[in-house]
Design a protein around this ligand. Structure first.
Ligand SMILES: [Zn+2]
Length: 240
């Protein structure tokens, strides 16, 4: 699946299901669950969450150093991608599993509580990945693209900060984003090793999986996801 399909589906799922999930601790009368889901979202947090979830929906593809996404912040993300590729066993291996989604979500949740600097690094990385995935950059100019991305990422990071975004839900958003990526790749013809380290790829039967970058994804799925994100944004941000 292409980068922008993953990022848009991450944002769409966040906007669609998160308000209901955030209300769960109250509905179930288990307020302690709120330590995992974060506090009730303000409109800026809802938007920041959609951006973070879009970025997290790109995180599993950092196992692919030659993909555009690895160029997000130039050599910094390329080296990170090389490391992820080495540790995870190559493209579409460990990072494309349920275990990775849980590990990334829980790991980030613990990081947020202990190290504010770790939280900020994760936030900056997720914003950068989201921007790059939706096409921010100058084709053929790697360093210029990285600089443009850094400037826009810094701008968004500061804006979210000034609007009082707390990121108490950061680990949750990252877990959801990674999960959305795994599900998205399961809908493609190559599938995913969902239960890694158990071998075996999960994919749709009868060869009906989406062919990455072909007509259906570019001309139908991409526009449908873009409209879905815009409609959900309007619905969530409109005063009740
Ligand atoms: Zn992937």
């Amino acid at each position: 699946m292409m980068g922008h399909s993953h990022a848009l589906s991450g944002a769409a799922v966040w906007l669609a299901v998160t308000p209901a999930l955030m209300a769960l601790p109250g509905i179930l009368a288990h307020p302690e669950l709120a330590t995992v889901t974060g506090t009730v979202l303000t409109p800026p947090e809802l938007v920041a969450g959609a951006v973070i979830c879009a970025g997290a929906a790109m995180l599993p593809d950092l196992d692919h150093p030659s993909a555009t996404i690895a160029q997000t912040f130039g050599p910094a993300t390329w080296l990170l991608s090389k490391g992820v590729n080495f540790v995870s066993g190559g493209h579409r291996h460990a990072t494309h599993s349920l275990l990775f989604a849980v590990f990334a979500g829980v790991g980030t949740h613990l990081l947020v509580q202990r190290y504010p600097i770790g939280r900020d690094i994760m936030v900056v990385l997720m914003i950068g990945l989201a921007l790059r995935a939706v096409g921010i950059g100058v084709p053929g100019h790697t360093i210029t693209s990285a600089l443009v991305n850094m400037a826009l990422t810094a701008g968004l990071f500061v804006t979210f900060h000034m609007m009082g975004v707390t990121y108490s839900w950061l680990g949750f958003a990252i877990g959801v984003g990674c999960l959305v990526h795994v599900i998205g790749d399961c809908l493609t013809e190559r599938g995913c090793p969902v239960l890694w380290p158990i071998k075996g790829r999960w994919l749709l039967p009868f060869d009906i999986g989406i062919k990455t970058g072909k007509t259906f994804e570019k001309q139908i799925l991409g526009p449908v996801l873009s409209v879905a994100v815009l409609v959900l944004l309007c619905l969530r941000l409109m005063p009740a």
